[in-house]
Design a protein around this ligand. Structure first.
Ligand code: NAD
Ligand code: UD9
Length: 428
């Protein structure tokens, strides 16, 4: 297998062609490997094979076209086509169930497909983010299904993905990588494989440590954002602009406060802290509390909206509200766990009409001007670049009442003639 990886003759199957699987498949294909992407969504398979990406990400269209044109990448929904590959890389989603416990059904199904397809000597890599000890459990499942011995008849590692959407193709190359093999040989093979395109450092450890590292990174970020959000609450209480206060606090050499806002969305931060806690017998409460704070931020935005309507004596049930941005973060089309959706859920029964505008998300208004015509309030819920330079004086002319709520600190100066409130801006 070492030689096959070195001379690029190892054949790779990537299971799941989403935000992580598709870029990963493209990178290995452009590094010279023959890659087949196995994906259950047929519309994704069709799109990828025609050289078009189903996700929005800088550089992806050119990179995908290159991989398809050089004949190294193909997608399929047919299990038979991934039989007998040397390497299987699992990149399926690992969401939460309603009760916030891990839903590992996609992962288990992908592992079962891998077990049905692999051969003696295959290397199986889980890139998905998973609760600690999952890779060992999946290795056992493969042993039970195939009769192969883990670490001898097949190799297995957790190689968590750490890229940031919007910078995926840069971070795939330059981020350092953690490889958690179930044994030394598994780690070594996985390291050799990723060296095909990774220029960052590669650290080898056990699979359970690597699972925990990934979850700790996102939990660190989530808890820090919760702290920033709590500072925003306090700043409203004291009539302080929290962004000015954060900028000043961050001049301290050992302080780096995160950015408060309408909430924390995406496929990762809202669930990874729960994956970390999922099998713990007890916890200290901090991680859960941080989650609760971040999950409640859309309610804070709702309060700012309701207070503003009160100021103009407009009953909420008569108000037309326009939400700017549905995706969880700027310049992305991903709406998973987006705080905008929770905000809309919270207000939709209270107001006359909710309109949405998001240039990245289908099914929203085609034009912001159209959406704002006759509206009473605009609520910015996503920090898309184009929302940073809007001419609110001109847009205000289209509105019936001029209320502007900024949930993402994109409006630097409150526009004249508006009732303006922003999360962290010091006024309720
Ligand atoms: N999105 C991110 O920014 C990001 C970053 C780092 C890590 N991760 C982790 O990577 C994993 C994947 O996340 P994602 O955002 O790419 O998810 P995604 O939903 O975009 O992609 C998963 C894909 O797998 C497919 N799939 C599901 N079950 C399958 C099966 N049994 N066989 C074949 N295909 C199957 C789905 O149809 C989907 O297209 C998750 O564990 C996530 O936590 C995500
Ligand atoms: C540790 C880390 O860096 N992990 C990254 C993270 O990537 P992400 O795409 O989820 O992006 P984030 O920027 O973390 O945003 C999430 C949400 O938090 C809001 N937010 C953010 C910063 C802030 O100060 N205040 C906020 O309110 C923002 O608006 C958005 O809704 O998880 C990926 C998957 O595991 C990782 O691979 C990737 O490295």
């Amino acid at each position: 297998m070492r030689e096959k990886i070195m001379d690029r003759s190892a054949e790779i199957a990537v299971i799941g062609l989403g935000y992580i699987g598709l870029p990963t498949a493209i990178m290995f294909a452009n590094a010279g490997f023959n890659v087949i992407g196995y994906e259950i969504r047929e519309e994704v398979v069709k799109k990828v094979n025609s050289g078009n990406s189903h996700i929005i990400e800088p550089e992806i269209e050119e990179m995908l076209k290159r991989a398809i044109e050089n004949g190294n990448l193909r997608a399929t929904s047919d299990k038979k086509e991934i039989a007998g590959k040397d390497v299987y890389i699992i990149c399926v989603q690992t969401p939460l169930k309603e009760d916030k416990t891990p839903d590992l059904s996609y992962l288990e199904s992908a592992v079962r497909t891998t077990a049905e397809s692999m051969k003696k000597g295959s290397l199986v890599i889980i890139e998905s983010t998973v609760p600690p000890m999952t890779t060992l459990k999946m290795a056992k499942l493969i042993e039970d299904l195939t009769g192969f011995k883990a670490g001898e008849d097949f190799y297995m590692a957790h190689a968590p993905e750490r890229v940031m959407p919007g910078r995926i193709f840069k971070e795939l190359v330059y981020n350092s990588r953690i490889i958690g093999g179930i044994n030394e040989k598994s780690s070594e093979l996985a390291e050799l494989l990723y060296r095909a395109f990774v220029k960052g450092q590669i650290f080898k450890t056990s699979s359970t440590t690597s699972e925990m590292v990934k979850l700790m990174e996102n939990t660190f970020r989530d808890v820090n954002i919760a702290l920033a959000n709590e500072f925003a609450f306090l700043a409203h209480h004291y009539g302080v602009n929290v962004f000015e206060a954060i900028e000043l606090a961050n001049t301290h050499p050992r302080v780096k406060i995160h950015v408060p806002g309408i909430g924390v969305g995406g496929h990762c931060l809202p669930k990874d802290p729960y994956l970390l806690l999922s099998s713990a017998k007890e916890d200290f409460g901090l991680i859960k509390k941080a989650r609760e704070i971040n999950e409640d931020m859309p309610l804070f935005a709702k309060d700012l909206l309701m207070n503003s309507l009160k100021l103009i004596n407009l009953p909420p049930e008569e108000a037309v509200v326009v939400v700017l941005g549905l995706s969880y973060k700027g310049n992305s089309d991903d709406t998973r766990n987006s705080p905008s959706l929770k905000f809309i859920e919270e207000i939709k029964e209270m107001v006359a009409e909710v309109r949405t505008y998001d240039p990245y998300v289908e099914g929203t208004h085609g034009s912001l001007e159209e959406a704002l015509k006759g509206a009473d309030a605009a609520v910015i819920a996503t920090d898309h670049s184009e929302f940073k330079s809007l001419d609110w004086q001109a847009l205000g002319g289209l509105m019936r009442n001029k209320i502007l709520i900024d949930g993402r600190h994109v409006v630097k100066e409150p526009p004249k003639g508006f009732i303006f409130k922003g999360i962290g801006r010091g006024e309720c």
